[in-house]
Design a protein around this ligand. Structure first.
Ligand SMILES: Cc1cc2nc3c(=O)[nH]c(=O)nc-3n(C[C@H](O)[C@H](O)[C@H](O)COP(=O)(O)O)c2cc1C
Length: 189
């Protein structure tokens, strides 16, 4: 009976320890002790999909960048209406929440290519936070145009940050995307 009780207690301790370890690795910290944030804007879901893949490989915290006034669900209204106007006028749309990067060392920033540049909401996110001394890791999804000058533009906007090589994905990626992310993370580590 004592043996059974002992085994039961040992199992309890093991399970509690495992749960605690899982929480620890889910606090946005990587193995080097850096705090990671994955911030992304996504209208159609592709960038969100990639953000989730990066999250599952890095264990970082997630932050969805959302405009105070949501974009319409209609593609033409968003793409050829509001987003085009914002691109032409250099508008920085207000966000629901500007986020807070102060407690993070490494911030992954995801954006779709919108009119040959990062989405305006991502510009608002970058300009309303202080990235000095931090590392930014961009990831970009696009519809065939590639990365444009988004890396350079992020470097200019996020004054004082070290902006690393972006991950560039067509659409929502393909069956090799997990491996591509793994290789890219290895390269930039
Ligand atoms: C407003 C708007 C502008 C876009 N402009 C471009 C562009 O200039 N170049 C490009 O390759 N794709 C462009 N696209 C396609 C998106 O970059 C691509 O579909 C992206 O993966 C969408 O990401 P999301 O699903 O996270 O919103 C545009 C899409 C929208 C809605």
């Amino acid at each position: 009976m004592k043996k059974i009780l002992f085994l039961f207690l040992a199992l309890q301790l093991f399970l509690t320890g495992a749960a605690f370890a899982a929480v620890q690795t889910n606090q946005g910290e990587n193995m080097n002790g850096s705090k990671l944030l994955i911030a992304y804007f996504s209208w159609g879901g592709n960038t969100k999909h990639i953000a989730e893949k990066i999250q599952s490989q890095t264990g970082g915290d997630m932050f969805r960048i959302e405009t105070l006034t949501p974009y319409p669900a209609d593609y033409n209204e968003t793409a050829y209406g509001i987003a085009k106007k914002q691109h032409e006028e250099g508008t920085l749309p207000p966000l629901k929440d500007n986020g807070d990067v102060s407690q993070y060392d490494i911030i992954f920033i995801g954006t779709p290519a919108w009119w040959h540049e990062m989405a305006p909401a991502v510009k608002t996110f970058i300009t309303s936070n202080d990235f000095a001394g931090k590392t930014i890791v961009p990831f970009i999804t696009h519809g065939g145009g590639g990365e444009y000058t988004i890396h350079e533009d992020m470097t200019k906007l996020s004054k004082g940050a070290n902006v690393l090589k972006p991950l560039v994905i067509f659409g929502d990626g393909n069956s090799h995307t997990d491996d591509e992310i793994k290789d890219w993370l290895k390269q930039i580590e």
